[in-house]
Design a protein around this ligand. Structure first.
Ligand code: ADP
Ligand code: ZN
Length: 733
């Protein structure tokens, strides 16, 4: 079976290697087992059912929530020569009937269908007659109320189990929360499902938080610094999404807006423009994005603070699906937290309010993190990042240090206080900095501010430094800036208390000043997954691809992904066999595009000499921390070796100079991967019973809930180990 799958992988999809877990998932579903696959965006979930569909005689039915997406997916499959089709409300009557007929005669391997269509009675009758051999539920988290995209019509899918009791189901999602994962299996009535859960790390994404000052300008700087790239800008409100889009348009950057307040037609039009590279940027609310499989989104900017980490992860996850480097940038100011706290107060249901508050707290922890942001993000999903430095977040690249800012803070705060005493209130940071620096401006003279006791006491710093420092105090909640255009500054109660009681103020700063945003973001972030190539040729190929795509009325990536183009632009294939060796080129695409692209390469080489590039560090198998057999990382294996030699967790930790919780995490991974470890080494039978009960009660494998329900009496480490044994047992049974 494996050999066949591998042959088909190259023949049809043009790839030589499976990504982590793909093969295991395919084997599981082909063995007829219900399977849940939880892999992050870009990990290659689609292939997990598309390839098995080709191995089966009958039909694979894929439930997919997004009508707009189905056509693209089917186009992509057609481009690879796969007999696929879709049914949804966008089809007119006769087309619909024709397709139904064709499906009945077994002409298709794959059928995409929207859940509401699927659950209509006449459709269910047909389904029972067709030779359905596999049911796939894509975006399976839509079934869970705990998820971020609950769709009531997904709930009815549980009927499928009754209708087609012997057809294996495969549920796919990128949603990381344990609650949702548990919900999927129970709602779909899966029978003893095999669970494949991969790391949620996205190695090719880099993370950066930038102090939000003038968001529109900052967004424009980012966009202008990446002239050919596609990006998504998430805004809090419909209004700000629109004004941001307008601003970028004015600046000459093709941009569209997207939010739920627009009518369906306009939304589709704008989404389409973005997918087809007619608009480079989409400025959107969170309504945008689910199921957008545009692979070459190179950056996601959040102009406002997202409501929770889960959402942030999902939204940033839309960048870099193709595995090439992409950036996630959050513009953050403490003011956003204050604003959201105000919204929170308006939530009437007290439990919902509490949840929202906790989520906001977690989001601010991420935003104010001074250690690795990747580690912080993964930690939120209960995953431990095993490395000290991720090499691609701002804090790892430009570490921060703390410094005692008490004297500076006192100067600033007392200056505001004195200005207030003098009866003038409408001043901003620029004016305050002028006073501290002892400047002689017209305003200072008019208001007689040179007579203040704080006049000229801050000559040791530049005005800009005082302004920056002032903004930091606002972000700490010591001062407030009015929301209007004047941004006049006043003391908060907290600020007043700090001033009166001389409470120390500690601030953080970069050990080295980062370069200006544009250069910092363009040049500094390390690029995992990068494919060096002849950029001149790449641009030519991009144009060629666009023409071919437009002729066929499909998005560019249906022709070839950027990854494929970059490979062409570094290997200069000049024959069919060389072209077929390019990742993403299968037999069908060779036949359709081979000649055209080889000709383009030859034309290029007639006037340019080829460049040489260093070998790639295995692009097809992106480094991923996987939790399944044979895939344990070397650091896990090292811990396992120590365990086997009879050491306790603490001893291993000391020996390896790692924290005990890291070791616990390593051993948990080893357990889940099927390595034999003994529970007795980690907890007592009594503790095991209590943990068993805790997980039973909360009906979800979430550690936090279990930890809380045990009143914190059993450590996270033990819970994690216990859960690992449990997961293994589920997998085995
Ligand atoms: P997901 O649904 O998990 O977000 P996709 O199915 O859209 O991911 O796949 C992301 C990208 O990875 C696609 O461009 C796809 O062609 C590519 N891909 C999938 N499997 C492989 C593989 N084994 N080797 C190389 N590229 C792959
Ligand atoms: Zn980092």
């Amino acid at each position: 079976m494996t050999a066949n799958l591998k042959t088909l992988l190259k023949q049809v999809f043009g790839y030589s290697n499976f990504r982590p877990l793909q093969l295991e998932i395919m084997q599981s579903t082909l063995q007829g087992r219900d399977t849940v696959a939880i892999l992050p965006t870009g990990a290659g979930k689609s292939l997990c059912y598309q390839l098995p569909a080709l191995m089966r005689d009958g039909l694979t039915v894929v439930v997919s929530p997004l009508i707009a997406l189905m056509k693209d997916q089917v186009d992509q499959l057609h481009a690879a020569g796969v007999a696929a089709t879709f049914l949804n409300s966008s089809l007119d009557g006769p087309t619909f009937q024709n397709r139904i007929h064709a499906i009945g005669t077994g002409q298709f391997k794959l059928l995409y269908v929207a859940p509401e269509r699927l659950m209509m009675t006449d459709f269910l009758d047909r389904l029972a007659q067709w030779q359905v051999q596999s049911l796939v539920v894509d975006e399976a988290h839509c079934i869970s109320e705990w998820g971020h995209d609950f769709r009531p019509e997904y709930r009815k899918l549980s009927q499928l189990r009754t209708l087609l009791p012997n057809v294996p189901m495969l549920a796919l999602t990128a949603t990381a929360t344990p609650q949702v994962q548990a919900d999927i299996a129970s709602q779909l009535k899966l029978q003893d499902p095999a669970l494949y859960l991969s790391s949620f790390n996205r190695p090719n994404l880099s993370y950066r938080v930038i102090a939000k000052e003038k968001p529109a300008r900052q967004v424009w700087e980012c966009a202008a610094a990446r002239p050919e790239e596609s990006g998504i800008v998430y805004c809090q409100s419909r209004k700000s999404a629109e004004s941001m889009a307008e601003m970028l348009l004015d600046a000459g950057i093709p941009t569209v807006a997207y939010h739920a307040g627009m009518d369906a037609e306009e939304r589709t039009k704008n989404q389409e423009a973005f997918i087809r590279d007619k608009a480079r940027i989409v400025c959107a609310t969170v309504a945008f994005g689910m199921g957008i499989n545009k692979p070459n989104v190179r950056y996601v900017i959040h102009a406002d603070l997202p409501k929770n980490v889960e959402g942030y992860y999902q939204q940033t996850g839309r960048a870099g699906r193709d595995g090439l480097p992409a950036e996630c940038i959050l513009l953050y100011s403490r003011g956003d937290i204050v604003k959201q706290q105000r919204f929170l107060e308006e939530i009437t249901d007290s439990q919902a309010r509490q949840v929202a508050r906790k989520q906001l707290d977690q989001m601010s922890i991420y935003a104010e993190e001074i250690n690795c942001r990747r580690a912080s993000l993964l930690q939120y999903f209960g995953e431990q990042w095993p490395h000290e430095n991720c090499g691609s977040c701002d804090n790892c690249l430009e570490p921060v240090e703390t410094w005692d800012a008490t004297i500076e803070a006192q100067k600033l705060l007392s200056c505001i206080y004195r200005i207030g005493q003098k009866g003038s209130f409408s001043v901003g940071w620029a004016h305050i900095a002028d006073i501290l620096a002892g400047a002689k401006t017209e305003k200072i003279q008019r208001w007689d501010h040179s007579s203040l006791s704080t006049y000229g006491i801050g000559k040791e710093k530049k005005r800009k430094e005082w302004v920056d420092l002032g903004r930091r105090l606002t972000s700490l909640g010591l001062t407030e800036a009015s929301q209007d255009q004047f941004q006049t500054v006043s003391l908060t109660e907290k600020g007043l208390a700090i001033l009166r009681q001389r409470i120390p103020v500690t601030l953080t700063r970069r050990k080295q000043e980062p370069e200006k945003l544009t250069t910092a973001v363009v040049g500094r972030i390390a690029k995992s997954g990068d494919i060096l190539c002849d950029e001149g040729l790449f641009n030519e190929l991009r144009l060629l691809r666009k023409n071919l795509a437009d002729e066929r009325n499909v998005p560019a990536y249906v022709v070839f992904s950027d990854v494929t183009l970059r490979h062409i632009a570094r290997t200069y294939p000049c024959s069919s066999s060389e072209f077929l060796a390019v990742p993403g080129v299968g037999e069908r695409k060779l036949a359709e595009y081979g000649e055209t692209f080889v000709a383009a390469v030859e034309t290029w080489l007639s006037t340019n000499s080829p460049q040489a590039f260093p070998d790639l560090k295995s692009v097809t198998t992106a480094p991923r921390q996987s939790r399944i057999p044979g895939d344990l990382s070397s650091t896990v294996l090292e811990s396992l070796k120590c365990y086997r030699s009879g050491k306790s967790i603490d001893e291993i930790a000391t020996h390896r100079n790692l924290s005990p919780s890291t070791i616990e995490n390593h051993l948990s991974q080893a357990i889940e991967s099927g390595e034999e470890l003994s529970p007795d080494d980690f907890y007592t039978p009594q503790e095991a019973m209590r943990m068993h009960a805790a997980f039973q009660v909360i009906d979800s494998p979430g550690l936090t809930q279990a930890f809380e329900s045990l009143a914190g009496e059993i450590s996270y480490g033990k819970l994690r180990l216990f859960r690992a044994f449990k997961t293994l047992a589920t997998k085995k049974s």
